[in-house]
Write a protein that binds this ligand. Structure first.
Ligand code: NAP
Length: 333
């Protein structure tokens, strides 16, 4: 099969590689489309190695496609099934082998099966946002969530999930344009921040103004670094902040007194390194919690751009330039 392989010096090369064979309980999926994620950029730079059970040099964390073959004892899916889901790596390829129970059927919207490109834009972004906000932080109807980098793949998913469950989303971004577009997805209030990487972001006061002085109940911290002290200062009593991404850095100077006095809770999360049991659970959340909302039209995949697999480098460069609103998807012929 053909796959994009990370070469010397972080190059991305389309190469012929052996087609993987599914083992017991596994399925081989013919990949029709795969999403691009920030983690792929880090992996290429040698900063985010693949887990031991994943192809080490083929990036890609999410797929949509058709089951092509199954291993012995695999009963959850059959050849021909249209499926989507997260994978530990290897998605930038014509085929990938996964545990069958991590896959979910691609839903239909208004009686029409969702296309592979749209389906590939869902698993990583919507699962990350759903797991972080709802499962870990317990966000419920009537509460407010602050979503940073609101125009990102995860950010655009988070705003829609908040709206779907009856919560309010406030978002930050470094461009007015992304905030405007996020309003179309249900963003309640947008806060434009400085692009200057050295400028300390200031948004806690604005969050309080948007919440009648109360503060946010949950912060989806997709940026990290200097955002974190302000995120803590933005929280209401008993608020929760979940650290999901560290694009602005892994260090921050925080006032622990704020955490203590307001009785805050701080979580960290990663999807990729979770054990199989938890990946299967993620597949179930995709099938039982996210797909039905997609089918009802309450969650819509936001696809910024579609490029063919052999233009993976261009797709990653585009993401690194912060130009995308929502997801960049690679189409695999
Ligand atoms: N923990 C997990 O399991 C997990 C899973 C998926 C994603 N993530 C994390 O979630 C975040 C979003 O991922 P994604 O793939 O959805 O991203 P994405 O679509 O590439 O969007 C990222 C956006 O963040 C903003 N940004 C980039 N660098 C920034 C900085 N230094 N300061 C402030 N804003 C910055 C940019 O928007 P503006 O220019 O408009 O500000 C950029 O377009 C990333 O941190 C990623 O690592 C974590």
């Amino acid at each position: 099969m053909r796959a994009i392989v990370i070469g010397d010096g972080g190059s991305l090369e389309l190469r012929e590689v052996p087609t993987p064979e599914p083992g017991p309980g596994q399925a081989r999926v013919r990949v029709r489309a795969c999403g691009v994620n920030r983690a792929d950029l880090l992996q290429r730079r040698g900063l985010y190695p693949a887990p031991a059970d994943a192809p080490q040099d083929i990036p890609g964390l999410e797929i949509a496609g058709e089951v092509e073959a199954v291993g012995s004892g695999t009963t959850d899916v059959r050849p021909g099934d249209r499926v989507y889901g997260i994978v530990s790596g290897g998605a930038y390829a014509e085929a990938v082998v996964v545990h069958a129970r991590t896959l979910a059927p691609i839903p239909s919207v208004s009686g029409k099966p969702l296309g592979f490109v749209e389906a590939a834009a869902i698993p990583e972004a919507f699962l990350t946002a759903y797991d972080a906000m709802i499962v870990q932080c317990g966000l419920v109807a009537g509460e407010t969530v602050l979503v940073h980098a609101v125009g990102s793949g995860v950010g655009t998913a988070a705003v829609q999930i908040a709206r779907a469950i009856g919560a309010r989303a406030i978002g930050t971004a470094r461009s007015q344009d992304k905030l405007e577009r996020a309003r179309g997805l249900g963003l309640h209030a947008g806060i434009a921040l400085e692009v200057n990487p050295d400028g300390a972001p200031r948004f806690a006061t604005r969050v309080r103004e948007s919440t009648d002085g109360r503060g946010a109940d949950v912060v989806l911290e997709l940026v990290g670094g200097a955002y974190v002290p302000e995120s803590l200062a933005s929280l209401a009593e008993r608020g929760r902040v979940v650290l999901v991404g560290l694009m602005a850095g892994a260090r921050a100077d925080v006032d622990l007194g704020v955490v203590l006095r307001r009785r805050l809770r701080v979580f960290g999360t990663v999807l990729r390194s979770r054990p199989l049991e938890e990946k299967i659970l993620a597949g179930q959340i995709l099938a039982r919690n996210i797909s039905p909302l997609v089918a009802e039209g309450k969650l819509v995949p936001v696809v910024d751009r579609v490029l063919p697999l052999d233009r993976a480098l261009e797709a990653q460069d585009l993401m690194a330039s912060n130009a995308n609103f929502g997801k960049i998807v690679l189409q695999v012929d």
